[in-house]
Design a binder for this molecule. Structure first.
Ligand code: ZN
Length: 265
């Protein structure tokens, strides 16, 4: 019998994760955890359900578990300092790349230079629930014992409830124009715009493979009847210049495209 050398694996210190929706590659929040991403994800959804008001938790409530997911971005094996640095690096990198992160800080250790380890987080949670620290209720004692995961029916119900919650007057930006609108004067680099566009192309697009119903098509056709086509200068430029390889000095979109190409955007 030969001896097998066992090499001790490097210790798992923690990981960096990102929240996104199932149908987009855009990351909306970056976090670090000393637990598994699945465990941290569950905690976030719990906190969201408790009603905490931050951009992340507002977003998690809006998307729900059926749309939002936490995905691992990096595993850190070296130490808590490196974990904190990795978070700072990821937040900076994704922000540069045009990802609309909901993080309120630039990452890293908190204001008092501290990282919550999973153990500390659990203990704090247990204390808050008035439960002796380190005691976990298992089996029938568990608060979720015997509870089924959400049924398709329940999920559909929630989805229907959320539908339209941000439309019209219910939208926080309803009726805000010009300088009053949070996006006023906000510009994005051509590189960021290209990256965002890439994330919604092909099968990543929410409308990928979907065909509008006869009814919808008839409605759209009626609405557009009598309007000269193409409906915009931009549209005409794409159809008659870009697609046919034509360049017109008098078309501002042709000029824009040429400048962008020259600038390597
Ligand atoms: Zn043109």
């Amino acid at each position: 019998m030969s001896e097998v050398e066992i090499v001790a694996p490097k210790t798992f210190i923690g990981g960096i994760y990102g929240f996104r929706t199932y149908d987009s590659r855009e990351i909306r929040y970056v976090g670090m955890t000393t637990a598994s991403v699945t465990v941290r994800e569950r905690q976030h959804f719990k906190t969201a359900a408790s009603g905490r008001k931050t951009p992340l938790y507002d977003w998690l409530r809006k998307e729900g578990r059926e749309h939002a997911i936490a995905v691992p971005l990096e595993v850190v094996l070296t130490g808590l300092d490196d974990l904190a640095e990795a978070e700072i690096r990821w937040i900076a990198r994704l922000r540069r790349g045009g990802h609309r992160l909901l993080n309120l800080s630039e990452g890293g250790k908190g204001p008092n230079g501290h990282i919550w380890t999973e153990k500390q987080r659990r203990a704090a949670g247990d204390r808050a629930r008035g439960r002796p620290t380190g005691v976990h209720r298992r089996g029938p004692e568990s608060p979720i014992w015997g509870r089924a995961i959400h049924s398709e029916e329940q999920k559909a119900k929630w989805s229907a409830m959320r539908k339209g919650t941000n439309t019209g007057a219910a939208n926080p930006n309803y009726g805000k124009f010009g300088p009053d609108h949070p996006s006023f004067a906000h510009t994005m680099s051509a590189a960021s715009r290209a990256r965002l566009s890439e994330m919604r192309r092909g099968e990543l697009n929410p409308n990928f493979g979907k065909v509008a119903s006869e009814e919808t098509r008839a409605k759209r056709s009626a609405a557009l009847r009598g309007r000269p086509m193409p409906s915009s200068v931009r549209n005409a430029h794409t159809r008659h210049h870009t697609n046919k390889g034509v360049f017109k000095e008098t078309c501002r979109h042709c000029i824009d495209d040429r400048n962008n190409e020259r600038d390597g955007k």
